[in-house]
Design a protein around this ligand. Structure first.
Ligand SMILES: Nc1ncnc2c1ncn2[C@@H]1O[C@H](COP(=O)(O)OP(=O)(O)OP(=O)(O)O)[C@@H](O)[C@H]1O
Length: 234
């Protein structure tokens, strides 16, 4: 397994948010973490990369226990994280954002260059000198993903990659994620939008109120409308 999360419990101050969350991602898989607003998707991702201080449980990445490592160390091992709030460097141009994200090539993992990322997101290729702060939300989302790819990750966590995107851009995003999968990346997306998740995912987990409620293939989820209706926004 590429990533194995088990017995994850996370708190913000006195609030217990995640309850024994567990899931797995195989090499080259696209897995969707589905759930409504506030279900705990972002907290799960933040906990995996060590950004939630109060958490217990085990996180294994490429067979190694990374539960107690600092965020920079986890990322340096090839676990990329794209937060929901698109943290682009607003003063830096597209090209400069990529330079900031660059990490050495990793054996057995696709190596990304700005040119390859412009192939993935042609819009970015047309605005290489534009500061991140002068881009649309969708373009910033692409830029954040591109910057993360410059770190040559073997797995990426994408927090709601389709959120707030125009329909045409949503299709481009789905195509880009499928290209990343073809390059061998393992990918976890968090989504409220089942339609988008269906376009790209092999399997899905559903989280509700900080607990995992469902695990199965997309076909199994399709065959269970009552689960979908109980735990997902329609
Ligand atoms: N910094 C924080 N301090 C306290 N509570 C928080 C904090 N961040 C999130 N929460 C709470 O934790 C719960 C899970 O939030 P989380 O952001 O993980 O959900 P989500 O499934 O990602 O939803 P969203 O799509 O809204 O981000 C919510 O009840 C939220 O109010």
């Amino acid at each position: 397994m590429k990533l194995e999360v088990s017995g994850l419990n996370s708190h913000y101050g006195p609030a217990h948010i995640l309850f024994d969350v567990g899931f797995e991602v195989g090499a080259g898989e696209v897995v969707a973490l589905l759930g409504r607003n506030g279900a705990g998707k972002s907290t799960t991702f933040r906990s995996i990369v060590g950004l939630v201080s109060q958490r217990t449980g085990q996180i294994r990445f490429e067979g190694e226990d990374v539960s107690r490592l600092p965020t920079y160390d986890i990322v340096r091992r090839g676990l990329g994280y794209v937060p929901e709030d698109r943290r682009v460097f607003t003063e830096l141009t597209v090209e400069e954002n990529f330079v900031v994200g660059r990490q050495p090539a990793r054996p057995g993992v696709a190596t990304w260059t700005p040119e390859r990322i412009y192939e993935l997101f042609p819009n970015l290729g047309e605005m290489r000198k534009r500061p991140g702060g002068q881009m649309s939300g969708g373009e910033q989302q692409m830029l954040t993903i591109g910057r993360t790819l410059m770190g040559n990750p073997s797995l990426v966590l994408l927090d709601e990659p389709s959120e707030g995107l125009a329909p045409k851009i949503v299709e481009q995003m789905a195509d880009a994620i499928l290209t990343m999968k073809r390059e061998g990346l393992s990918i976890v997306i968090s989504e409220q939008n089942l339609h988008f998740a269906k376009l790209i995912s092999d399997r899905a987990y559903i989280i509700e109120k900080g607990r995992m409620r469902f695990s199965g293939t997309m076909a199994e989820l399709e065959a269970n409308p009552e689960i979908r209706d109980a735990y997902l926004a329609v």
